[in-house]
Design a protein around this ligand. Structure first.
Ligand SMILES: Cc1cc2nc3c(=O)[nH]c(=O)nc-3n(C[C@H](O)[C@H](O)[C@H](O)COP(=O)(O)O)c2cc1C
Length: 394
């Protein structure tokens, strides 16, 4: 491949194409592969080299190891703050303190490992939501992705002028509109970006079970709708407010499709599980490598939301009405009543993270069956960008 800078006539073509497109693409011109400069992702004054965010995966699946490896490759790495207390092995610490201390340690560790962009995923549904937001901000996480519920108030408003960007995760234009209007009215500001998560995502889904397959909820429909909802706020606040597509995006060709639809970037989680750097056990990763399309299904989680999983003996027992009463030492989820919940979802997910799939299950996106091997993050991102270039050739 020739360096494009060295070819004078191609320079002007490149300038023209780069001007016309807002994304990274590769094309052949007179037999020479031209790499069009990728504009990455801009979130306010934060600039990511690649338009890829690695999705936060709770109960320790995306910790500092995975997030730092992703950030090191020029994409955005995300540590999930969800359920860190379930992984606590230090009996001298109560679980709430353990959750906060572990998050602090994970952010610091990731920031020592890379100068790239590190985000934190925090769920509104967790009982220590405000504490975790404070830690992410104080530890100078570059961004926070708020999911698992709608943040009616801007959680960082009271923390003053902070550098950490706030991204809202929604599954409909209606939800985006509601939160933007509320923050505008009550705080005179709005989120710095929106992640739109469609029904093919892994883990808990933002759709009622009977709406998961509704064609109106396809990500291809949601993205243009959310862009329309955000435009008035882009104009009013004079900021970019990128819209990021998530849920079922697996290949670079998928990525190209959503960027062509107007998304500024993509968020991918499932594809990052089967990487050497992912913080899950090898058994967890192998569940991805070994699963088939028919092994991926939906269960109703004790949290009250549907969740996409790889079906195993444990999930079959759940569906059959299995109950494992437990004493809850921490009440990690605001709406979980341990006296009536059939089993502890945090424990089941922590078991799976550690490799005990007899007592747990694996969250996975609808495309997890496409995973066929474990690779390094470097190789994976190279492959995705190669696929993207091929698909976005012009
Ligand atoms: C194993 C796993 C765990 C996840 N955990 C969380 C979580 O704790 N909080 C959250 O907001 N989203 C969670 N998600 C959703 C991802 O962050 C992401 O938005 C979604 O999976 C994107 O779809 P994809 O997996 O098809 O790429 C999880 C997804 C997976 C696969």
């Amino acid at each position: 491949m020739l360096q494009t800078e060295s070819i004078a006539p191609i320079d002007s073509i490149l300038k023209f194409i780069t001007h016309q497109t807002n994304f990274f693409a590769g094309t052949y011109c007179q037999g020479i592969l031209i790499m069009i400069k990728n504009n990455g992702l801009k979130i306010d004054d934060l600039h990511s080299e690649l338009p890829i965010i690695q999705g936060g995966m709770g109960i320790g699946i995306s910790g500092s190891n995975l997030a730092a490896a992703v950030a090191e490759e020029g994409a955005i790495g995300v540590i999930s703050s969800v359920g860190l207390c379930a992984l606590n092995t230090d009996s001298s610490m109560d679980n709430k303190t353990a959750s906060k201390e572990t998050l602090k340690k994970e952010i610091r560790r990731a920031k020592e490992m890379t100068k790239g962009i590190i985000g934190v995923n925090i769920m509104v549904a967790v009982s220590d939501f405000d504490d975790l937001v404070n830690i992410a901000v104080n530890e100078r996480a570059d961004l926070i992705i708020i999911g698992g519920g709608l943040p009616l108030k801007n959680p960082v408003k009271k923390l003053g002028n902070i550098k950490t960007k706030i991204l809202l995760k929604v599954s409909s234009a209606r939800a985006a509109n509601l939160i933007f209007k509320l923050w505008d009215k009550n705080h005179s500001n709005v989120p710095d970006g929106v992640v739109v998560e469609g029904p093919l995502a892994g883990g808990h889904l933002g759709f009622k079970p009977d709406k998961i397959d509704d064609p109106q909820n396809k990500l291809e429909i949601l993205i243009p709708d959310v862009i329309q909802a955000v435009i008035p706020f882009r104009n009013k606040f004079k900021k970019d407010i990128p819209v990021i597509a998530a849920g079922g995006i697996f290949t670079g060709a998928d990525m190209c499709k959503f960027i062509k639809l107007g998304a500024n970037a993509v968020k991918m989680a499932t594809r990052f599980v089967a990487t050497k750097e992912c913080d899950a056990s090898d058994e967890f990763k192998q569940a991805y490598v070994n699963c088939k399309k028919e092994d991926i299904g939906i269960i109703q989680s004790p949290v009250g939301l549907p969740g996409r999983v790889i079906i195993n003996d444990f999930t079959k027992k759940i569906v059959a009405g299995y109950k494992k009463p437990f004493n809850c030492p921490w009440q990690c989820l605001k709406n979980c009543n341990y006296k009536t919940a059939p089993y502890c979802i945090s424990m089941a997910l922590a078991n799976a993270k550690r490799g005990n799939l007899k007592e747990g299950f694996v969250f996975a996106g609808a495309n997890a069956y496409l995973v066929d091997k474990i690779v390094s993050v470097k190789e994976l991102i190279k492959t995705i960008m190669y696929e993207y270039n091929a698909a976005c050739s012009i």
